[in-house]
Design a binder for this molecule. Structure first.
Ligand SMILES: O=C(O)C(=O)C[C@]1(C(=O)O)C=C[C@@H](O)C=C1
Length: 365
């Protein structure tokens, strides 16, 4: 035997032993999770038991990232643990996650990034359908897009919170890479039409003007739908991401054609219960103020006085009347923190309405 063969043999024996240990440790962890489920059920007899604990998951993933000894990058190690926890949670209770479909959208990719692959993901045709599915209890949680770094807020999602009783339980960010995709079956046919979602066309506008100027752009309801059409219709291409390309067997004519290399979409996890503090949290509220001079100042000043940073403020027209506005505000920290509680009490005194949309862990992955 050559030196190489001997050494490879030794290393593979070592890997087999380590795999055995890893398997035994994962199994011991899974048994712990089953026991956790029993404890949770015993403590809440006859009630809704919330098996999924976003604050605990965020703490586990943060610790893994911080204590990861290498050589694997922290992100990679956290992703592996994401999947282990996902499988453990599925042993406790299989989670049904509604998302803005169809299958193959970036929202599905965000749902799997956040919950791992051991969930049942349920595609729905519209953002309000995702809200309804969670409100009715048919799904445990929902995932909806809320903002894109190139194109701004997704107003439909913000507006849903005005009437929905749901809470925000988490956030997840996804780098969005768009590709120009064609079916290998029609590769030799000249492209006369490009399908995509309106947001994706907007995110690739400069590239399209520079490289595919004059080709008809047809807006469809999702990137996955664009990919489905390109797979069927000769002479067409789609702008979509990896998941849709894989699902419909498309090939890349050009990759990463988004105009901004940092193109990122933020998604919200919506559910029916409040989340306890994780140590690094964010909160969201909706406030409608009386239309009088200084109203916006009055709303923001308590945050400044109590040293709380705002991460976002958006204005939306109020459904209650012309020229009335609702403010959607994100701030750092949890609503149970003493300072945040004081700010919210002050705003509550002045506002026409204050709706607490939820506190949730900052996205870890
Ligand atoms: O700690 C818990 O409450 C668990 O249920 C265990 C566990 C885990 O596998 O670590 C699983 C699911 C929860 O979402 C959080 C953590």
């Amino acid at each position: 035997m050559t030196d190489e063969k001997t050494r490879l043999g030794e290393l593979r024996d070592e890997i087999d032993k380590l795999d055995q240990q890893i398997m035994e440790l994962i199994s011991a962890r899974a048994k712990c999770a089953q026991e956790v489920a029993r404890v949770k059920m015993a403590a809440n007899p006859g009630q809704d038991v919330f098996f999924y604990r976003p604050e605990r998951e965020a703490q586990v993933l943060r610790r893994i990232k911080e204590e990861n000894p290498g050589p694997l990058p922290g992100e990679e190690m956290a992703r592996l643990f994401r999947e282990i926890m996902s499988a453990c949670l599925a042993l406790e209770k299989p989670m049904h996650i509604a998302f803005l479909g169809p299958v193959g959208t970036f929202t599905q990719a965000a749902a799997l990034k956040h919950f791992g692959h051991s969930v049942v993901s349920v595609p729905l045709p519209a953002i309000d359908a995702v809200f309804r599915e969670v409100e009715s209890g048919a799904a445990h949680y929902g995932v909806v897009p809320v903002e894109n770094s190139t194109e701004g807020m997704i107003n439909h999602t913000l507006d849903m919170f005005m009437s929905s009783p749901l809470k925000i339980c988490g956030e997840v960010q996804l780098r969005i890479h768009h590709h120009l995709l064609v079916s290998p079956k029609h590769k030799d046919v000249e492209i006369t039409r490009i399908y995509s979602h309106q947001q994706s066309f907007a995110q690739c506008r400069q590239w399209l003007d520079a490289h595919r100027y004059g080709i008809e752009r047809i807006t469809v309801s999702s990137n996955a739908e664009a990919a489905r059409r390109a797979a069927e219709e000769p002479g067409t291409a789609a702008i979509a991401g990896d998941m849709a390309a894989e699902l419909y067997g498309l090939e890349q004519l050009a990759n990463c054609i988004e105009d901004r290399p940092d193109n990122t979409t933020r998604f919200l996890i919506i559910g029916r219960e409040d989340v306890t503090p994780s140590g690094h949290d964010k909160s969201s509220i909706l406030v409608s103020m009386r239309n009088k001079p200084g109203a916006l100042y009055q709303l923001l000043e308590p945050f400044h006085r109590h040293g709380i940073s705002l991460t976002r403020i958006e204005t939306r027209p109020s459904p209650s009347g012309t020229w009335a506005y609702v403010f959607y505000i994100d701030f750092e920290g949890h609503m149970d923190d003493a300072q945040a509680a004081k700010v919210l009490a002050e705003i509550d005194d002045e506002a026409v309405e204050l709706k607490r949309l939820g506190s949730y862990p900052l996205g870890v992955l």
